[in-house]
Design a protein around this ligand. Structure first.
Ligand code: BTN
Length: 319
């Protein structure tokens, strides 16, 4: 790695660092550091010098080292992390490369040109404005057992985000909302043969800050960004690390215990708990009172014609 990349990595990891410490870390003189800083600025990297404190990046650049540095050595998710500037879709790329990549591989992209959402929808992500990443998993289980995994992932994201935004809530099956506006979504895709999962890709998209040109006009529901909801600046690297750590813990629990340990948590933070809802299950609408989440992550609805259990769909809250 060249010196300028090392300086960027160090700034990403440390946040703010004094010129002396940076020089010491990289084995360079203060004046050499100063010259590299000038050159980086000429190349368009925005670096701020704070008098008496040191240097820091003005931009929230994604950086694999800065994320990895915050994960425990024992982690399974994020042992290998790759960051790319632009990709069609992090999910598509991991699905294509699933065979050769290891379990727990994480791919983050600053921009997706063909980002995908649930139910064939589009997912928009602009450079610097969102956190978009996918995780490759290779659990030794049957395809039908994975139905509850996206709900577990929603719990992990909820735990990470609730530290910043206490009002964040879950909406079945795996959306994260604040006061009715969407903050983050999850798209799980799978490659399987009869009776065996070959690979699962869990894709996560989070709105970090509002796009400069405003929210796209074709959104199906209101959107909100994490910085506005939290009322403070957010580091994408720190948030990614916190989500990956929560994911690693929850995925480990799910492998041995399934969805059972997550049911109470889900119900507690679910917007639709004991409320009148309408679910589109791909065929039509089913209306009823949401009564519980079962051990597979299915929604249990009390309808006019009796109890219905729904495994996949789109939920709307009714007045
Ligand atoms: C949804 O709420 O509809 C799910 C959105 C999932 C978007 C993420 S962004 C990273 C990954 N790559 C994709 O193409 N989609 C997922």
């Amino acid at each position: 790695m060249n010196t300028r990349q090392l300086i960027i990595d160090t700034l990403c990891q440390e946040g703010m660092i004094s010129g002396d410490r940076l020089a010491q870390k990289l084995g360079l003189s203060r004046s050499a550091i100063w010259k590299h800083m000038q050159r980086l600025r000429e190349n368009g990297v925005c670096i701020e010098a704070v008098p008496g404190r040191g240097y820091r990046l003005c931009e929230d650049l994604l950086n694999a080292g800065a994320i990895q540095h915050r994960l425990p050595d024992s982690t399974r998710i994020g042992r290998t992390i790759e960051v790319v500037a632009e990709v069609r879709s992090t999910n598509s790329l991991l699905l294509e490369r699933a065979e050769t990549l290891e379990d727990g591989f994480v791919l983050l992209a600053d921009k997706q040109t063909q980002g995908r959402g649930r139910l064939g929808r589009q997912w928009h992500s602009e450079p610097g404005q969102s956190l978009t990443f996918s995780v490759l998993l290779k659990p030794d289980c049957r395809p039908e057992q994975a139905v509850s995994l996206p709900l577990v992932v929603a719990c992990s994201l909820h735990r990470s985000l609730a530290a910043l935004i206490p009002a964040v809530r879950l909406k079945w099956p795996n959306d994260l909302l604040v006061r009715g506006a969407k903050l983050a979504g999850i798209l799980m895709e799978m490659r399987a043969e009869p009776g065996r999962i070959q690979a699962i890709v869990v894709g996560i998209g989070m709105n970090i800050r509002q796009p400069k040109q405003g929210w796209p006009p074709d959104l199906r529901q209101p959107a909100v960004d994490i910085e506005s909801a939290a009322g403070c600046a957010v580091s994408r690297n720190m948030l990614a690390a916190s989500c990956l750590q929560a994911l690693d813990e929850d995925y480990t629990a799910w492998l041995t215990q399934g969805f059972a340990p997550f049911r109470d948590y889900w119900w507690r933070f679910h917007l639709g708990s004991d409320r009148k809802v309408r679910v589109h299950d791909g065929h039509g609408y089913i209306e009823g009172i949401a009564r519980s989440i079962d051990e597979q992550g299915g929604l249990v609805l009390h309808t006019e014609t009796g109890i219905r259990r729904i495994l996949a769909g789109d939920l709307e809250l009714l007045p």
